[in-house]
Design a protein around this ligand. Structure first.
Ligand SMILES: *[C@@H]1O[C@H](CO)[C@@H](O)[C@H](O)[C@H]1NC(C)=O
Ligand SMILES: *[C@@H]1O[C@H](CO)[C@@H](O)[C@H](O)[C@H]1NC(C)=O
Ligand SMILES: *[C@@H]1O[C@H](CO)[C@@H](O)[C@H](O)[C@H]1NC(C)=O
Ligand SMILES: *[C@@H]1O[C@H](CO)[C@@H](O)[C@H](O)[C@H]1NC(C)=O
Length: 262
């Protein structure tokens, strides 16, 4: 009997130390580049003094974010999460320690532990991010035929649900000879980076960019333009590409000469 009492007393403080921390009911599934809320909250009101909340990658223990001494501590956040992971600061006093993670990247897939330390006890919950959509880029399956001197559109579109401001870079390259045709970076075309053979002859369709359409307009096609063009897209830590084959039919000049003779 005395022994049972002893066990009861010894175990009781451990139970009362355990704070029940809630998380989401299932994994978080979201597209590349989107923002997600990783839920973590308690039902009881906690004393704010000495309250500490840490979010870590469960596998690597990487610090995603920390709330300590009454404020969030971005300076100790791991670089990858800097400016991307935020607490809802005004919610913390209500026991809501959820984390907002912006611009979701492929490598964000995994488990996250939210640990809460308070005067009333400590506890944790685990949130999983999975199936972050992959980057899909499509070009044109059929080769494009064009005559010298004509203008042509080479197709390239991003099929993922990624918002254009999260597209870091698009580059159009002619694969044979590895010639840079056009570079789009930080939401703008950099015309000076185009190889001189293409400078002033190429452009994107500005109005189409917000739709993820990075098709290229190539003006007054020359004989040497024939070949394979690659559209390479970088976003959310991923890259994907598509190719378009440009073929030529006759030369307009020859047809004209022939017509004059006839
Ligand atoms: C915590 O805050 C987030 C962001 O405002 C919200 O989505 C979530 O519903 C809140 N959870 C609770 C339990 O209040
Ligand atoms: C990107 O550029 C377009 C056109 O110059 C502009 O309308 C748009 O606001 C820019 N978007 C961002 C996120 O800077
Ligand atoms: C992209 O824009 C070009 C030029 O307006 C258009 O011809 C093409 O059909 C568009 N592609 C897609 C997939 O919308
Ligand atoms: C283009 O994409 C293919 C897979 O679709 C990949 O194997 C190849 O390495 C990519 N090329 C470049 C230059 O990124």
């Amino acid at each position: 009997m005395d022994l049972l009492m002893f066990i009861f007393v010894a175990v009781f403080p451990v139970i009362s130390d355990g704070l029940i921390v809630h998380g989401p009911s299932g994994p978080v599934v979201a597209p590349l580049g989107s923002s997600v809320v990783l839920l973590c909250y308690v039902d009881e009101l906690l004393v704010m003094e000495d309250l500490e909340v840490e979010w870590r990658r469960t596998d690597s223990e990487t610090l995603v974010h920390l709330y300590q001494d009454g404020e969030s501590r971005p300076e100790v956040q791991q670089q990858d999460y800097h400016d991307r992971a935020h607490f809802f600061t005004d919610q913390i006093q209500h026991g809501n320690f959820s984390l907002l993670l912006d611009n979701l990247r492929a490598e964000d897939e995994g488990r996250y532990t939210c640990r809460v330390y308070s005067q009333q006890g400590s506890g944790e919950t685990v949130v999983q991010i999975k199936d972050v959509e992959h980057l899909l880029v499509s070009g044109s399956d059929e080769s494009i035929s064009v005559s010298v001197g004509e203008d042509v559109t080479l197709s390239c579109s991003v099929d993922s649900h990624i918002t254009p401001e999260h597209i870091e870079e698009v580059l159009w390259r002619k694969t044979d000879g590895d010639i840079l045709v056009l570079l789009f970076q930080n939401n703008e075309t950099l015309p000076d980076s185009s190889d001189e053979r293409y400078r002033d002859r190429v452009e994107l369709f500005t109005a189409e960019i917000p739709k993820g359409n990075f098709s290229l307009r190539l003006k007054s096609v020359r004989t040497e333009d024939k070949g394979v063009y690659m559209c390479l897209v970088f976003a959310g830590g991923l890259s994907a590409n598509a190719t378009v084959v440009l073929e030529q039919l006759g030369e307009l000049m020859d047809i004209n000469k022939h017509n004059i003779k006839a």
